[in-house]
Design a protein around this ligand. Structure first.
Ligand SMILES: [Zn+2]
Length: 315
């Protein structure tokens, strides 16, 4: 591994990537911009991926016509310079034969970046301070690059449940003919919240980050809406109305699947993701520590979110 000094599962993930990259380079070089991955994605290893192992999955788990390619941050991408952790790769699943294949949905499994809690990034691209408090307090010019997330009462980390849900949503969207940009497919990706947003801005038509909140009241699902104090700042000024319409549509999709909804379905929050997004983008909180995170619930969340995404693009 030369200059790489990764340990444990991170080393394993890297090794799996290398094998997949090699297989792809032999089998399908030139088929796509970026690196073609054959042995990557799908069903069987989702479980393993959620528990921390690498998620190398057979290409046969992907619908026909779907290809997967690694995409990375490059310096020419807007706001790339504001990111502190950006060496990782996201996976772009192109649905060439899909009915909506030209539409790319960024599915971002929240958290899951080792070292993300100790790195800091500018809260807003223009250097202004945060207008609401969250993981980082209101007034802070710099925010946690990507926090580690909460833990469910049974000890399951939020990041694992987010990943499982994201993979179910990825599968649902590919089945319905959309293309998907998956930010994270394993327990760790070296992409902070700015890097994730930069990739979504570059490759996707919308961005949904999957989370569960840290309260313990079974409050229900909601999206983080845009606080008024952010609405005059670019790129938020050009984006927030679309993001709110997108969020409303996703919550509506969940509601129709009988998912419990918190209050009016939204809560104003100044998030790094919001501050840097140049297309419709939401942080979706599917519930909290008390919310059932069994497989059936997660499947319902994924189906409801997919319904909402579909309805948004159908308008
Ligand atoms: Zn979270």
């Amino acid at each position: 591994m030369g200059v790489f000094h990764f340990t444990g599962s991170r080393g394993r993930i890297r090794a799996v990537f290398s094998a997949a990259v090699l297989a792809g380079a032999i089998g399908a070089a030139g088929a796509l911009p970026g690196t073609f991955l054959t042995g990557y994605a799908g069903t069987g290893a989702d479980q393993k991926a959620a528990s921390g192992a690498a998620s190398a999955v057979s290409a046969s788990d992907l619908p026909a016509g779907v290809t997967a390619a690694e995409v990375k941050i490059t310096d020419d991408m807007k706001y790339a310079g504001n990111s502190a952790i950006k060496s990782g790769s996201a996976i772009l699943y192109r649905n060439r034969d899909g009915a909506h294949g030209s539409t790319v949905v960024c599915v971002n499994a929240g958290h899951g970046t080792k070292g993300g809690g100790s790195a800091k990034t500018l809260s807003h691209p223009d250097g202004t301070p945060k207008v609401t408090g969250g993981t980082t307090a209101a007034g802070a010019v710099k925010s946690t690059a990507v926090s580690s997330g909460m833990e469910f009462p049974d000890g399951t980390p939020e990041s694992s449940v987010n990943l499982k849900t994201a993979q179910l949503l990825r599968r649902e969207l590919l089945k319905r003919g959309y293309s998907v940009l998956m930010i994270r497919e394993g327990s760790d990706v070296q992409l902070d919240n700015i890097a994730r947003t930069v990739l979504a801005n570059r490759y996707a038509d919308c961005h949904v980050a999957i989370h569960f909140d840290s309260t313990s009241s079974d409050k229900g699902a909601f999206f983080m809406s845009v606080p008024d104090a952010m609405k005059g700042m670019e790129p938020v000024a050009s984006t927030w109305k679309k993001s709110e319409a997108f969020g409303t549509s996703v919550i509506d999709g969940l509601k129709k699947r009988d998912v419990k909804i918190f209050s009016g379905g939204s809560m104003d929050m100044d998030l790094t993701q919001t501050a840097y997004s140049s297309m419709p983008s939401i942080d979706l909180e599917l519930g909290d520590k008390k919310t059932d995170h069994g497989d059936e619930s997660l499947r319902r969340f994924a189906a409801g979110a997919a319904d909402g995404i579909e309805a948004y693009f159908a308008e």
